[in-house]
Design a protein around this ligand. Structure first.
Ligand code: DC
Length: 252
């Protein structure tokens, strides 16, 4: 029974800091980490590679079914050691290193920077709105629930993928704080114009992600809403760890 394996879900909007917090918690616990946003990015990457139309949801779903593999590991694996593996050939593989950083390997090539890039973000939001495409990703995500535990980062981890998770966090931060964080991430110039641009693009994404019909980015009814606007990463991680201990999910 996989459902006994503990899961901590960390959901939230873009640039809420959930990726950083989820990675840190998974490293502290030595648990597997699922970066579900990366999967929607991988799908958008495949759509571009195969020159498919976004409307052709069935063809995309079938391609995803056949091509996308997620390697799980709590200790990490060198992407280079997979180069010769037959499994890697002709498939997209999400690989984790020892610091739980994810890379995306396509036919043995590292395409991580393309997949994480801005061009792919737009496509990812389009495919993420498709019920058919989301459906094929469900088992692939649930397969990540392996001993000794999983930290799952996304938008619908606590509502759709792991509704029975032992701890659900919905990470929040003001749009201003998230804009600052995203600007720092992008190395954007600290000007009013660039602030307005990043602010507006996050606002648009918020609306798309939280108002869409399928699996919107909203807190599960049993999620803890945690506002990190005034908190450092370490403080946020400490709160998540405390909540996990309080629920006896972890010892200590
Ligand atoms: O977190 P991110 O920016 O890498 O996510 C990419 C896109 O995928 C974004 O538009 C939201 C969507 N997404 C989703 O719909 N469900 C998830 N569990 C994770 C991401």
């Amino acid at each position: 029974m996989t459902s006994r394996v503990p899961v901590i879900t960390i959901d939230g909007l873009s640039a809420s800091g959930k990726g950083t917090v989820a990675t840190s918690v998974s490293l502290k616990l030595g648990w597997n980490l699922l970066d579900s946003g990366l999967l929607y990015r991988v799908v958008a990457f495949l759509v571009a590679e195969y020159e498919l139309q976004y409307e052709d949801e069935k063809a995309i779903a079938e391609l995803v079914e056949r091509k996308v593999r997620i390697q799980y590991s709590t200790t990490g694996i060198q992407a280079s050691s997979l180069k010769e593996s037959r499994e890697l050939r002709d498939s997209v593989m999400v690989v984790s290193d020892s610091l739980h950083r994810k890379t995306v390997q396509w036919n043995g090539e590292d395409v991580t920077s393309i997949v994480r890039g801005n061009d792919i973000s737009r496509g990812a939001a389009v495919v993420a709105a498709s019920r058919t495409i989301r459906a094929v990703l469900i088992p692939k995500q649930r397969d990540q629930r392996v001993e000794p535990g999983l930290v799952a980062d996304g938008r619908d981890m606590g509502t759709v993928i792991f509704p029975d998770a032992q701890l659900k966090i919905f990470l929040q931060a003001s749009l201003e704080t998230r804009t600052r964080r995203r600007m720092a991430q992008l190395g954007a110039a600290d000007t009013h114009a660039s602030f307005r641009r990043v602010f507006q693009s996050l606002k648009d994404r918020d609306e798309r992600d939280s108002l869409r019909e399928v699996a919107p980015a909203i807190p599960a009814t049993d999620a803890i809403r945690l506002d990190s606007s005034e908190l450092s990463v370490d403080e946020t991680v400490a709160i998540v760890m405390r909540e996990a201990r309080d629920r006896n999910i972890i010892e200590g």
